[in-house]
Write a protein that binds this ligand. Structure first.
Ligand code: GDP
Length: 196
């Protein structure tokens, strides 16, 4: 994995509960069911982020430490049909305030299900990143759901869409937690941001 010493640090429901804003941090974002927990598990060590979650738990910002100076943060997911609107707005507020205030944040990993790229949530994140000059690395998750050829086609199409709408904001790759596909490519980007 990215770091064998990776461990769960804290769940924060409010910004003032976040770990000290020092060192470097990478945030993982994506709508619910995009494969975010599976990717974090795959990139660190198994079981770090639970894959079966309840809406209650996902409203928290979950911090993982890689070492003394480096962290990953699992940001709230969106898209639970059963979650009432006020709760969604509550999440949105947390996400906004984390993103706009966190000085140690060096990059965002955006997870998009390869079969449903560029949801409104994804577009909102990319707009924010472009405005704030925050680098984004996109994982097209569950790539194993498509054939190799179909996966490459989606990759090319999404690359084109990024160039047209969010030039110089994001890089993108195929990823599968199940088949452990695209791990090295993802490590390379994370290591660059984390200065490992
Ligand atoms: P999260 O809600 O974004 O954290 O998504 P999860 O990691 O919990 O995954 C949501 C669902 O997609 C689960 O049923 C996972 O088993 C499945 N899933 C996650 N990653 C992959 C993958 O790479 N391939 C396939 N086929 N399924 C995956």
């Amino acid at each position: 994995g990215l770091c064998q010493k990776a461990q769960f640090l804290i769940s924060a429901t409010r910004l003032d509960q976040c770990p000290a804003d020092e060192g470097v941090e990478i945030a993982f974002v994506g709508r619910s069911n995009s494969g975010k927990s599976s990717a974090i598990n795959c990139l660190t060590k198994t079981g770090l982020a639970r894959t079966s979650k309840t809406p209650g738990r996902t409203q928290l910002l979950n911090f993982f430490s890689l070492d003394e100076h480096r962290r990953l943060v699992d940001l709230p997911g969106y898209g639970y049909a059963k979650v009432p609107m006020p709760l969604k707005q509550h999440w949105q507020k947390h996400l906004n305030s984390y993103l706009s205030n966190r000085k140690s944040l060096v990059g965002v990993v955006l997870l998009m299900d390869i079969r449903h790229p560029f949801t409104p949530f994804d577009q909102m994140m990319l707009d924010w990143a472009q405005t704030n000059k925050m680098p984004v690395h996109i994982l097209l998750t569950k790539a194993d759901k498509l054939t190799y050829g179909a996966g490459r086609t989606v990759l090319l199409k999404t690359q084109k869409e990024l160039n047209e709408n969010w030039a110089d904001t994001a890089s993108i790759q195929l990823f599968s937690a199940t088949k452990r596909l695209g791990l090295d490519e993802a490590y390379q980007q994370l290591a660059l941001w984390l200065e490992i």
